[in-house]
Design a protein around this ligand. Structure first.
Ligand SMILES: Nc1nc2c(c(=O)[nH]1)N[C@H]1C(S)=C(S)[C@@H](COP(=O)(O)O)O[C@H]1N2
Ligand SMILES: [Mo]
Length: 329
């Protein structure tokens, strides 16, 4: 089944038809069980190729995506929210700035520089980096530290499969990611009163990076990533607050110690290195006990309780056994 999702959705098509159709299929497929896992035979969406400015090799790799049993069965957040309500400060701090001001950014051709404690360091073309890796569709919850959330159908490759290509050395305890720095194409990076330092830096402990849920996303909603979502490749760590999921990655570095991340540098008391979603540890300025599942309105705020590790505790809780999560927030 093919459905068309254009970039100009009207209010009348807030939820793409393909999503509705597939929801019905999912419900019919009794394989959708209490665990909330998707029957691993059906993708959520397919998108017409005309919408996608990425090079043909990337489009075709994304289009061959197979569904993943790690996917959530919750109702997808509509495409226009996923691609129109964004945090990507390089393009501005307003939620609609990334879509508005992200269109002059040209992510192709793209290279990634890999350095540090690994055998296979160097600078690689994106195409070579991804060659031979199977893209999966992963429907994950995304929980922003600002207490809103979405359900997003990502396309991407397991981070472990990508990182293994560089043969990390045994001393590599952490991996650092760095976003692109292109002030000429990114107005937020030119702003004198920029909210944060650029380039944007994030990092994971090695075992977090290699966890099967950790994804290097190459697409969303059946197409390659729009600029505002972090084209051409971005991290997705669904059990952590959204700011860990760094966009438009240009550098990967294997290190023996944790990097200072952008948000830690901006305010260490408010933003920790771990940033695991935790309803029991409030942000100093607001509660994290609940979230607004978008779309939400004044009359239907759509508040849902926030779950430990964003609902992925069974899969990732053991990574943090014995750690005081109020100290390592
Ligand atoms: N480089 C970069 N990556 C970033 C951000 C950013 O401002 N710059 N914002 C983060 C935040 S706060 C969130 S919630 C997610 C949002 O991802 P989305 O816009 O694709 O939903 O991206 C994260 N990755
Ligand atoms: Mo966020």
């Amino acid at each position: 089944m093919k459905a068309l999702i254009t970039n100009k959705l009207t209010e009348h098509s807030v939820t793409p038809e393909a999503v509705y159709l597939n929801r019905r299929q999912w419900l019919k497929a009794s394989a959708v069980g209490a665990a909330g896992l998707l029957a691993p035979s059906m993708k959520a969406v397919e998108v017409a190729p005309g919408d996608d400015p990425a090079p043909p090799w990337l489009q075709s790799q994304n289009k061959q995506a197979s569904p993943s049993s790690f996917s959530s069965t919750e109702k997808l957040t509509p495409y226009e929210y996923v691609t129109g309500y964004n945090n990507f400060y390089e393009f501005g701090t307003g939620k609609d700035d990334p879509e508005k001001y992200g269109q002059d950014f040209n992510p192709h051709p793209w290279q990634v520089t890999v350095s540090g404690l690994a055998e296979g360091t160097g600078t690689f073309d994106l195409e070579d980096l991804l060659k031979g890796l199977a893209v999966e569709e992963r429907i994950y919850r995304l929980r922003c530290v600002e207490a809103w959330s979405m359900v997003i159908p990502w396309l991407g490759v397991p981070m472990a499969a990508l990182l293994k290509r560089f043969k990390p050395l045994s001393g590599a305890q952490y991996v650092t990611f760095e976003s692109v720095y292109r002030p000429e194409e990114m107005p937020g990076q030119r702003s004198f009163f920029g909210a944060i330092d650029y380039p944007y830096i994030e990092g994971l402990r090695m075992d977090e990076a290699m966890h099967p849920l950790t994804l290097m996303a190459t697409g969303v909603y059946g197409r390659s990533l729009p600029n505002q979502n972090g084209a051409p490749l971005r991290l997705v760590v669904p059990w952590k607050y959204g700011f860990k999921s760094i966009k438009s990655i240009r550098k990967i570095t294997f290190t023996d110690r944790a990097p200072q991340t952008t948000w830690q540098k901006s305010n260490a008391r408010e933003y920790g290195f771990y940033a695991n979603v935790n309803p029991a540890v409030d942000h100093p300025r607001w509660s994290q006990a609940e979230e607004r599942r978008l779309p939400s309105t004044l009359f239907a705020s759509n508040r849902v309780p926030t779950l430990p590790f964003n609902g992925y505790a069974d899969a990732v809780g053991s990574l943090y056994r014995g750690m005081d999560l109020t100290k390592y927030y």
